[in-house]
Design a protein around this ligand. Structure first.
Ligand code: SAM
Length: 234
């Protein structure tokens, strides 16, 4: 169970209505029962139900069961698409071990706003589902150009571009431990954006094969390629 609360031995954590409903109504837990909790920052802990009510309750934190397991330092940059597909990208990024998720506005991005809190909730649910102890932060929507203006000098960029069939096969040779993957919107990148991205000193243009993938498929494919060649699946 995810708790947005500091976790330490002896800590008492109040539960909100939804959490109480889930633990006591759905899972049928009662006082004295154990539950594994995490907050995305301090690992996994065993807690005990101290008070169980219909709309509220309290957990008493007992001991740590697993330390925080940090994923590799990988950012996923993607242009938001339709709501359900954007939700999918965030969920899969959290499952596949992205450390940060950054929605970016490109020239051909259709949406100019996102519901950051809703996307963050998807990332939390995905971390819960896959037994992770870390929750990636979902950043506010920002312009890709702005992000590139201040691009960190030590972070390499896997720029996924369907126009570059066969490119990027030697990605693994690039090494380095700070990375970002960039996936464009359904309309792809403009010529200006392509030129700017290719000129970025730390950019690696990568093809994900000869077919044009939808952005959500491309995000999962790119994270798979990266994890296999440079990440923690090696
Ligand atoms: N520009 C395209 C068009 O309108 O025909 C389609 C863009 S594609 C649906 C969305 C994004 O997925 C692209 O910007 C790219 O980042 C990524 N992508 C899709 N297929 C790819 C491939 N074969 N290789 C690399 N990236 C790909």
């Amino acid at each position: 169970l995810y708790l947005d609360h500091p976790l330490a031995e002896g800590q008492s954590v109040p539960l909100d209505r939804d959490q109480a409903h889930y633990l006591f109504g759905v899972m049928r837990l009662g006082p004295g029962d154990g539950v594994l909790v995490f907050n995305g920052r301090e690992g996994e802990w065993l807690a005990e139900v101290a008070e169980a009510g219909k709309r509220a309750g309290t957990l008493a934190v007992r001991r740590q069961t697993r330390p925080l397991q940090m994923p590799p330092d990988l950012w996923l940059l993607f242009a938001p698409i339709k709501k359900a597909r954007t939700d999918f990208i965030v969920e899969k990024a959290a499952e596949m071990g992205a450390a940060r998720i950054l929605p970016v506005q490109t020239e051909f991005t259709n949406s100019d706003r996102i519901r950051r809190d809703r996307l963050q909730a998807h990332a939390i649910e995905a971390a819960e589902q896959c037994g992770g102890t870390y929750v990636p932060e979902v950043a506010e929507l920002q312009r890709l150009d702005r992000l590139l203006d201040d691009w960190p000098g030590d972070r390499q960029l896997m720029f996924c571009d369907e126009a570059e069939v066969g490119a990027g096969r030697a990605l693994g040779a690039a090494g380095g431990d700070k990375w970002a993957i960039l996936i464009g919107p359904e309309g792809g990148f403009s010529d200006r954006e392509r030129a700017r991205l290719k000129a970025l000193p730390l950019a690696h243009v990568v093809s994900l094969g000869p077919r044009i993938l939808r952005a959500d498929t491309a995000a999962v494919a790119a994270m798979t390629v990266w994890q296999m060649t440079l990440g923690d699946w090696r």
